[in-house]
Design a protein around this ligand. Sequence first.
Ligand code: PBG
Length: 335
Amino acid sequence: MNPIHAPFPLSRSRRLRRTPWMRDLVRETALGVSDLIWPIFIREGEGIREPVASLPGVDRLSIDNAAIAAEEAATLGIPVIALFPYTDPAKKTPDAAEAWNMENLVNRATRAIKAKVPDIGIMLDVALDPYNSDGHDGIVRDGIILNDETLMALEKQTLAQAESGADILGPSDMMDGRIGIMRQALESHDFADVAIMSYSAKYASAFYGPFRDAVGANGALKGDKKTYQMDFGNTDEALREVAKDLSEGADMVMVKPGMPYLDVCQRVKSEFGVPTFAYQVSGEYAMICAAGQNGWIDQDAAMLESLGAFKRAGCDGILTYFANRTARILLNEDL
Ligand code: PBG
């Protein structure tokens, strides 16, 4: 930081805040459409758009409608969509085998979208929770979430998703050793170009509630995820997790949740200088919408400010349910 500045009144900070064009000129960081990743929930059926009560404005889409959303995203210039399945409870089992079924929802959706909208990136979550009758991200035996058994399942899920055409895989399970297993599997099966955006610093958080409603995992979940997701008091540990994931072959890293963890985003970016993303999770989205709907805050202004804060903290991009609305506002479209 340059310590030299003239004393008042030679220096007046307000000179550079006087007009919109001057503020634009000197703004240090800016949010662009290409910073956005749009999470989309998929369900079975056709022509379906089913609202998620705890996520106002977010719908579960059948695959045909998801392809239309993908087209919309590509037209807006959103580079990537992330697909999450609402899995029929009858398909959830203790071994979570639906996770590597080539005909499961996200794999079918990926192929359908790739065929229709070849120019958009598709990201898929690697984790067992949408498919596991216990609602956990790993295989559970006698109430224990098993690490190494889970890795074998994640490897199969990885290959099925890569085979279906996913461009980016996002391991969100927080098992130890997952990135190395995934990277080796991808390399040895001709999927060397598939990128891994690791949910490296993923905290056990109360802010995931609406997401678990959206994917139907809430009812299934027994207990909490504190034996694998991180404790919210820790940041050195986040750096160790990022270091491990990078050394195992992650291409990009993520911090999750987002806004309550901007300090972690900033540390990760400044220590490693790798592509760093934040997930503005469902609870963060829901809070902004709820306050907006009550007239307690200006929803769009709060949305843009929250996303701008991620850029200021050093993030290269943000996964956000606000992606499509934000893109339209940034592009000055009529809403
Ligand atoms: C599952 C997963 C979760 C989210 C993304 N992937 C939930 C969880 O870990 O329980 C949360 C996203 C959100 O809240 O928006 N592995």
